[in-house]
Design a protein around this ligand. Sequence first.
Ligand code: NOJ
Length: 759
Amino acid sequence: MKKNLLIAGLVCLAAAGCQKSADTPTAEMDAFISDLMGRMTLDEKLGQLNLVAGGDITTGDAINSPIGAAVAEGKLGGTFNIKGAQKIYELQRLAVDSTRLGIPLLIGMDVIHGYETVFPIPLGLSCSWDMEAVERSAQIAAKESAAAGINWTFSPMVDISRDPRWGRMSEGAGEDPHLGSEIARAMVRGYQGYLSSPDNILACVKHFALYGAPDAGRDYNTVDMSRNRMYNEYFAPYKAAVDEGAATVMTSFNTVDGIPATANKWLVTDVLRDQWGFDGMVVTDYGSIAEMAPHGVAGLADASAMALNAGTDMDMCSFGFISTLKENLDNGKVSQKTIDEAVRRILECKYKLGLFDNPYKYSDTLREAREIYTPEHRAEARRIAAETFVLLKNEGNVLPLAKKGRVAVVGPMADNALNMPGTWSVAAAPAKYKSVRQGIADALGADGSVLYAKGANFYSDKAMEDGISPNGSTRDPRSDAELLAEARRVAAQADVIVAAVGEAAEMSGESASRTDLTLPANQRALLEAMLATGKPVVMLNFSGRPTVMVWEAANVPAILNVWSPGSEGADAIADVIFGDVNPSGKLSATMPANVGQVPIYYNHLNTGRPEDPANPNFQRYRSNYIDSTNEPLYPFGYGLSYTDFDYSNLRLDSESMNADGTINATVTVKNTGSRPGTEVVQFYIRDLFASVARPVKELKHFERVSLEPGQSADVTFAITPDALKFYNADLDFVAEPGDFVVMAGPDSRRLLEKQFKLL
Ligand code: NOJ
């Protein structure tokens, strides 16, 4: 099925920019799809609803594979995680030439933070608080994916999480609804741009919904939450992505109100489609229709009917729609109309991508050779990675290091290009990437030298390390003692020590929950040994989640959190530790003082018995702990710079506003240090009394401001009633008259404040 290419091209040119991702279906599209569907058999329709993993054809022969056979028989609407434009071309050709109606395939991939040019993991990206950078990273990811044949990414993941035991915090934007929403929007813009452009692909917002709040931080576990909390705290980023025009949404594995999200009609139809106006396609997560059996809700046939009736369109890997919907139609559990609506939404995605005009739009091997991992993309990834690092501590200005002398680089991440990209780097090419050791050596050039010793594996226990090494182990077979002894010998010859420690890529991500968030004991022993030399020690903490670093914060002079920094991470690290780039990252998730505080988040309710801020010690009958402070180690929004910023004179241009008014809150920020730097200025709001309890503060506005030494800037937040709105007990989105506090500062803890009134 091929539309007239020429006419479509002319229309596209005339429209100057073609069809924007957020565009609603056109009459032309409706007519085209109605005509096509009028000619489809039930089997052909059910085939469109079926999405299957690329499996063995990722590395093998596309045509002569089970997927190839399914495509030729018209039993697939799409497939995913296949690498290579040639293979995808062959599959697309099968779909076009060997099936009766020649409907092209959706080709998905988990391009979560870049294709071959890998950006920092999304949690890292969110710490840049730089929407231009986030959007650019998604744009480049889309461009490279498109060049490799992909037309659909399973990203952005916008699940808010307050629980760093959950490994998938790495894939999201942290704990905050406002920051998370801005990032969701930026990523959708970056991926989708103008969908008819060959450089853009479909985004898929996931995991709808609430996947980031599993009980006990254990992946795939139960979620149970009040509607108040859903609407006020967890829904915002999904809605923002939908508002931005995201074409597809993926349901989550968990239950919502006891019903698996995939079959939850209230969630998928009432909230997503009716309340938010989403008119795109909903795909399940992997096998989640089949998982309704172990959930104890329904076997495959009933689960399939429930999922379809809930508003889900495409079945990822359960084979439920394709194998049971005929029988469900016969026995009246689903209607032809519901099946047709799902088919239509999938065909609309293909239409919007332009696949009916040119099914091979994304299958161009020349383009694949030309547009992937280009110097331009790599430079962007390096620049952006450096913005994501969070300087947690810098006692005695150990950092930046002088670009000379003998630098000992130790730790399991010191010489480990394989683990630089981080989790969900499906198309990474680690053989092309640098390790920290190499990045530092390149930066030093002839002015210095690098000494290397591994010093420690990720875990002392081999079985544990094997469990987190699915992409190949980088384990050193020597004993802990031997590794340490070598590191001591190397450090003895050095002027300064850089310890690259923390998590391997797969210690976070899917199915990587942890109950202990501290550095594994053998890695701590390495730090202790390095500190015992008396030489300056810089800790590079690699992690896919906030970790617990109380001991390190007390003992190591300089700590830079570098997350999983991506393909260009090594150069970016060198840029920051040698001071070519001044760090500006700020935490997008609270760093707890101990795992017992989890879930921990800055925008909590006050409770009726809050901790007395003047008395940090345990007080009975208050909401606190006998054996721990409530305070995190590092709060949301926190991050240092090589220069200092002073905040002063928070002022309002009015102390009250009407329901249609605005108050400008302005704060003066000055660079009082001796280097140019960029500060993320943050504004928070508190509603002092409301019909439902409101958080002690909520981020509402932020700006990145670059200042020369001695320079100051006034930063203004225009407060409108929208910034004061929340969902009340009836789930209406309202701003209630009364007293509010606006706060401004460098993080969620150190804030200036002023009070005002909404009349
Ligand atoms: C399961 C994951 O939860 C989801 O995020 C991913 O997109 C799919 N698998 C496909 O790989």
